[in-house]
Design a protein around this ligand. Structure first.
Ligand SMILES: Cc1cc2nc3c(=O)[nH]c(=O)nc-3n(C[C@H](O)[C@H](O)[C@H](O)COP(=O)(O)OP(=O)(O)OC[C@H]3O[C@@H](n4cnc5c(N)ncnc54)[C@H](O)[C@@H]3O)c2cc1C
Length: 393
């Protein structure tokens, strides 16, 4: 079968590209090896899909070339996607920090994209293994569903995160087959693992969440931290993981809204007879105070506030405001939300998403070296890059 455009990958970027190209009258088919389209959309945002953010900026993306994402993000914006969501009557709400989630289910977003493809006559073929791609005058594809050829081939096969959902290195291998350079990939937006006493602490506090201020060598975020059986997770850790390298330590302010020396002065002035542990429990969970300050740090909290010297309060302040830990690693692609690195954007036109060296070959979405922060930024990249490529394929 010969068509104008073949999109490989029926995920966020691929479906958006297919619908927008088909609306231009191009004959489009989408091929995916998974048995269903849009699996990651369905599992995103805890099943409610954080589909964009009200405040999308290029600074929310990591890439070797931080300018690459600017053009697409400004040509197909969050407002364009929100207008599409409105047109389909999908109810949504802002959860926090501009993050927009479906009121009902993530399937609302997937169904909207499938409907857009259907209306424009873009056909989607799932359970299709692509075995060989070659280029002569056209791209020639050998697949488990037979032979296909096309003028424009769009690679929207995503990154390596969550292999059980169908993630593969297909896009990187294809880029290399056509002589394009790929940058080292890594698991991103991913929980940290800990070792020794810190891992023991995390395990014993598993399920507990605190609002903290966490700092890596280059970046700082304020959000929730979640203790897990393996280490640390929660939005603040996922954000920081994008900026963290193995071997680096991170510093966590476990009580960013208060200052321990000031609190201690106030308690002393009140001449309270309560134990320090009881005073602290107004600000931190008791379980955390016990496991972290008493057991891990060995800080005696059983005395009344007047018994603590300035040095002891300084020590307590250090434990609470400057907890320094070195993660032993991350949970890797198994649980990472995205993959950092990928097809080098130097190889790709930021306007059309066509490979500069290979006319007719396009790369969009996560397969490219563009990684967004947590909060709807990665989907917006998929929508923006997919829509822009759809105007040129
Ligand atoms: C658990 C989880 C939650 C997330 N939540 C959010 C969120 O709320 N908000 C947000 O912005 N981002 C979120 N993300 C990130 C977001 O899902 C991705 O950034 C986005 O899906 C990338 O879109 P894509 O189209 O480039 O790739 P994908 O959506 O991954 O689509 C790639 C498609 O290519 C197919 N494919 C792969 N290899 C082959 C092959 N060899 N042959 C044929 N087909 C192939 C796959 O089956 C898949 O359908 C989340 C990710 C995860 C894992």
């Amino acid at each position: 079968m010969n068509v104008d455009v073949i999109v490989i990958g029926a995920g966020a970027a691929g479906l958006m590209c297919a619908a927008s190209a088909a609306k231009r009258g191009r004959k489009v088919i989408v091929l995916d090896h998974a048995n269903k389209p849009g699996k990651k959309i369905l599992m995103s945002g805890g099943g409610r899909c954080n589909f964009t953010n009200l405040d999308i900026r290029p600074e929310n993306y990591l890439s070797q070339n931080p300018h690459f994402c600017k053009s697409a993000l400004s040509r197909y914006t969050q407002w364009d996607f929100i207008a599409l969501v409105d047109e389909h009557g999908i109810p949504y709400h802002e959860k926090t920090q501009g993050q927009l989630f479906c009121d009902n289910k993530a399937s609302d977003i997937l169904n909207m994209l499938l409907e857009e493809c259907h209306r424009a006559n873009a056909a989607i073929h799932t359970s299709c293994a692509i075995t060989q791609i070659q280029k002569d005058e056209h791209f020639q594809l050998e697949t488990s569903l037979g032979h296909f050829s096309c003028d424009s081939l769009v690679i929207a096969s995503g990154g390596l995160s969550i292999p059980t959902m169908g993630a593969t290195g297909f896009g990187y291998q294809l880029a290399q087959q056509f002589g394009l350079h790929c940058l080292k990939t890594d698991a991103a937006l991913v929980p940290f693992t800990l070792s020794d006493k810190n891992q023991h602490l995390a395990k014993s506090l598993s399920g507990l969440s605190l609002k903290v201020n966490a700092t890596s060598k280059t970046k700082n975020f304020i959000d929730d931290l979640l203790f897990t059986h393996r280490g640390l997770s929660g939005p603040v850790i996922l954000q920081l993981s994008n900026y963290w390298q193995l071997g680096e330590s991170i510093e966590i302010n476990l009580l960013p809204t208060q200052d321990i020396p000031t609190l201690a002065d106030n308690w002393k002035q009140e001449k309270t007879k309560k134990e320090l542990t009881s005073l602290l429990s107004h600000h931190l969970p008791k379980r955390f105070i016990q496991q972290y300050l008493s057991e891990l740090c060995g800080f005696d909290l059983t005395k009344t506030i007047s018994s603590y010297s300035a040095e002891s309060i300084e020590q307590l302040s250090k434990h609470i405001h400057h907890w320094s830990i070195t993660p032993s690693g991350t949970e890797g692609y198994r649980t990472a939300e995205v993959t950092s690195g990928g097809v080098n954007t130097d190889e790709i036109s930021s306007k059309t998403f066509e490979a500069k060296k290979v006319p007719g070959l396009y790369f969009i979405g996560e397969v490219l070296d563009v990684t967004g922060w947590l909060g709807g930024f990665n989907f917006q990249w998929a929508w923006s890059s997919g829509w822009c490529a759809g105007q040129y394929v």
